[in-house]
Ligand binder design. Structure first.
Ligand code: GLN
Length: 498
């Protein structure tokens, strides 16, 4: 009999429905797990234990009264600290928002509350979602449960580690250039970046608005279908949200991928990828072939310009979005006032932002400045169109594409912090999907020297059901996604709770 914190959502919701377990027991089991491992993993900025127990009791009460509840009712989740939660501190792991409590919920939170899911707390991240290792958090570093000396990836590293180690059954992150998929790959979790506009961004604290998308972490494709079902859909509060019906994602999991056309983009199998990663992805391709998928080669020729275009567009949008942190309306306020208004604002921003955020703001402001706009921003937007056209051509021939999620397995903490460019290169395979607005899913694809390898499936706009069907068929044939890291031993007592 597995521990309660080891259950998948599908298993737990069945047991809850049959009243074999209660939401209170399930939530308590996860809070105990947090108590046990958080001292060494450090995934949470805030644990909302009391509210979680109250919400769980409410779910049990409703069930006793005979109210029919959905599959997420009583399911304990972790939420990245970039998603606004009414009455619960939302920091973006930044000094700038260290004491900020939103007066409203993000739309995804409204959906999760309606589904009676339980929030366990808010997870650590790279400051304002800028980074690939969670080491840019202003508060502390999150560790990868597969090897505590290694990074969980980022920027949603807290959410990824929490799911990987059983502190939460699933979690939400945000993906601007790979921040859900890459940590998913590095922690052996399933991680989805939905199509741009599929999930509302209302209440997601903005980094780069034309690229940001909220996505879930789960332990298998079946649970991913349930999570996506709960959060997807049109939202009048987000002007970029897509007004299209949401399919039944669980119904797409037929187990049958015979005749499905899966493309292998040659530009994603180049030098620089670790041999162990490449071997695992090639093995996954063989598995899909044996399940009846038709595999063929394709080309995405503008892939090599992806990182360059992203590091113009994302900083440009960030420099505009982060202009709102001026110390006046909310967030950090400089204490020492040396001069007038300009000094006050610059003092506030100098104190409130960390080095990487400042680097991005400067890059972006430069790229947008008069005389440089055409040479940088406009050119990057043109490259973006070419990358999108590459995908359009590929999806005319294929239902989905397959690649590594990240060129490497989890890297050692500290090994890339002094070299931002090396850190940026980690997102070479994930960034193009954000630039093109398409969907991408990272699934556990095996191990290299004991560390997890992620396989990325890319789909056309609104192709989530196809990706989930492939992932589910793969998971019926493999057991990588069922593997757990050895329980790390807590080094010190977990953090103070709210
Ligand atoms: N690692 C990328 C960056 O630093 C992507 C971050 C993200 O997806 N939020 O910008």
């Amino acid at each position: 009999m597995p521990e309660l914190w080891q259950l998948t959502i599908s298993e737990a919701s069945e047991a809850l429905r049959r009243r074999e377990i209660s939401a209170t027991e399930l939530t308590r089991a996860h809070l105990d797990r947090i108590e046990q491992v958080e001292g060494s993993v450090r995934a949470f900025v805030t644990v909302t234990d009391q509210q979680a127990m109250r919400d769980a009791e409410q779910v049990d009460r409703l069930r006793r009264e005979g109210v029919e509840l959905g599959p997420l009712a009583g399911v304990p989740l972790a939420i990245k600290d970039v998603i606004s939660t009414k009455g619960v501190r939302t920091t973006c792991s930044s000094r700038m928002l260290e004491h900020y409590t939103p007066p409203y919920d993000a739309t995804v939170m409204t959906h999760l509350h309606e589904a009676h899911a339980i929030m366990l707390g808010k997870t650590n991240m790279d400051e304002f979602a800028m980074g690939s290792s969670t080491e840019n958090s202003a508060f502390f570093t999150t560790h990868n449960p597969w090897d505590l000396n290694r990074a969980p990836g980022g920027s949603s590293g807290g959410s990824a580690s929490a799911v990987a180690v059983g502190e939460a059954m699933a979690a939400l992150g945000s993906d601007t250039g790979g921040s859900v998929r890459q940590p998913g790959a590095l922690t052996n979790t399933n991680a989805l970046k939905p199509t741009y506009g599929r999930v509302s961004r209302y209440g997601l604290i903005a980094f780069a608005s034309s690229l940001d998308q909220i996505g879930p972490f789960t332990r298998n494709a079946r649970d991913m279908a349930l999570m996506l079902q709960a959060i997807a859909g049109y939202d009048p509060l987000d002007s970029t949200s897509i007004n299209a019906p949401v399919p039944d994602y669980s119904a797409a999991l037929t187990g049958d991928i015979k005749g499905m056309r899966i493309g292998v983009p040659q530009e994603y199998f180049v030098e620089g990828t670790e041999p162990g990663v490449r071997a695992a992805v090639e093995q996954a391709i063989e598995t899909l072939k044996s399940l009846g998928a038709e595999i063929g080669e394709c080309s995405l020729p503008h892939t090599r310009y992806g990182i360059a275009a992203y590091y113009i567009i994302a900083p440009a949008e960030c420099s505009a979005n982060l202009a709102r942190y001026d110390g006046v309306k909310y967030g950090h306020t400089a204490k020492k006032l040396s001069g007038g208004l300009i000094d006050f604002v610059s003092e506030t921003r100098a104190e409130g932002f960390g080095a990487e955020v400042k680097r991005r703001i400067m890059l972006g402001a430069y790229a947008l400045s008069s005389g440089y706009y055409d040479a940088y921003y406009l050119k990057a937007e043109r490259v973006r169109t070419l990358i999108k056209q590459d995908f359009d051509a590929a999806f005319a021939r294929f239902d989905a594409l397959i690649s590594p999620t990240s060129p490497s397995v989890a890297f050692e903490l500290g090994s890339k912090v002094s070299d931002p460019y090396a850190m940026y290169l980690n997102d070479v395979f994930t960034i193009p999907a954000n630039l093109a607005g398409i969907c991408g899913l990272s699934i556990p694809g095996g191990f290299s020297e004991g560390l997890p390898v992620g396989v990325q499936l890319l789909g056309p706009a609104l192709g989530e059901a196809t990706l989930l069907r492939i992932a589910d068929a793969f998971q019926r044939a493999t057991d990588y996604h069922t593997k757990w890291p050895e329980t790390p031993v807590a080094k010190k007592k977990s953090r103070k709770r709210s």
